[in-house]
Design a protein around this ligand. Structure first.
Ligand code: FUB
Length: 328
């Protein structure tokens, strides 16, 4: 029999999973992570150590129920445009359908973002023949707003190739800005009604400090690195993301899906492993952070495991910082 789910413990132990995007669909918690295959290779700055070929979907009846593995729902061999590296996906529900939105490298080694659809939140998902025109980089996250408009947030530095798209077209030699220059922000584009393409060219999101100045590239405790997620709390938009080199999940708040977003603080202090990647969801009036670490594999960065923990807001809407290994 499957074990009950516990906060801050690996939710899935029969395979390695990372980058959990969690949603409530049909009254249940569904989790859309990426899938780390085991291997003995080295790690590199461009993330090429990740062996990620397919996606599984998981669900939980509630936050303490056992996790059900719905099996493989999409494999890279079935995606006509993709060659490798199925990195962090997200899922969305709109128009009576479920959409899996995922990054992968095309046959030129360039990350693009693709869509696959299903009638069922547990998949399987049927991929579109081409990637979304105008998409690039990694870590798509979808916000379906109260007015039913859907937005795709995406982007990630280094292996995520965001530096290579700063001139409006692909430049394989694109670099990070100098430390005293504004950091590169994540991108946003609204989806067309059918969710299969963007309605507009993507725009860069600005993340600012409490004096309205852009967060600088050298400010590695606060600058955007990868893994954007947007949720709404008390009518405001919360953009959370990974700081990469300083291994934190931090957040910034704005009044509009396009930002600007004002930096507020840290949600999750560093976990075991290099990467940190998350999602936030409300279930039965409580808020949860889904994240991953590499504790199950004893620190092997390309063999990660998804976890979750409750988060709390204070009266002013600030999220309380979590120390991942306190009380465990
Ligand atoms: O899992 C591969 C990549 O590592 C993700 O796309 C990033 O967010 C980081 O978690």
């Amino acid at each position: 029999m499957s074990k009950q789910s516990k906060q801050n413990e690996a939710l899935v132990t029969h395979i390695y999973t990372a980058d959990p995007s969690a949603h409530v669909f049909d009254g249940k918690i569904y989790i859309y992570p990426s899938h780390d295959l085991e291997h003995d290779g080295e790690s590199f700055d461009d993330g090429s150590q990740y062996a990620m070929e397919d996606y599984h979907v998981f669900s939980m009846e509630n936050e303490s129920a056992p996790v059900e593995d719905h099996g493989e729902v999409l494999h890279v061999k079935d995606i006509p445009w993709a060659s490798q590296q199925l990195w962090a996906p997200d899922a969305a529900y709109k128009n009576g359908k479920y959409y899996l939105i995922y990054p992968a490298k095309d046959y030129d080694g360039i990350f693009r973002i693709g869509i696959a659809t299903s009638e069922n939140p547990a998949g399987p998902f049927a991929p579109e023949k081409s990637y979304i025109p105008g998409s690039f980089s990694i870590d798509p996250a979808v916000l379906v707003d109260n007015d039913n408009k859907a937005f795709c947030y995406f982007g990630g530095l280094w292996g995520g190739q965001l530096e290579q798209w700063q001139t409006g077209s692909h430049n394989p030699n694109g670099k990070e800005p100098a430390p005293d220059q504004p950091a590169y922000g994540p991108r946003i584009a609204e989806f067309k009604e059918d969710m299969l393409s963007f309605k507009e060219e993507s725009k860069e999101i600005s993340i600012i400090d409490n004096e309205g100045n852009p967060i600088l590239a050298g400010d590695e405790d606060r600058r955007f690195f990868e893994g954007a997620w947007v949720h709404k709390y008390n009518g405001r938009y919360y953009l959370s993301y990974s700081t990469g080199t300083t291994h934190k999940i931090v957040y910034a708040v704005g009044d509009n899906p396009y930002g600007p977003f004002e930096f507020k603080g840290t949600i999750l202090n560093p976990v075991i492993g290099w990467t940190t990647h998350h999602s936030i969801l409300e279930f039965n009036k409580k808020w949860y952070l889904f994240y991953h670490d590499a504790s199950l594999s004893k620190g092997i960065n390309h063999q990660r495991s998804i976890k979750f923990t409750e988060i709390e807001y204070d009266e002013a809407g600030n999220i309380q910082t979590i120390n991942p290994y306190e009380n465990t």
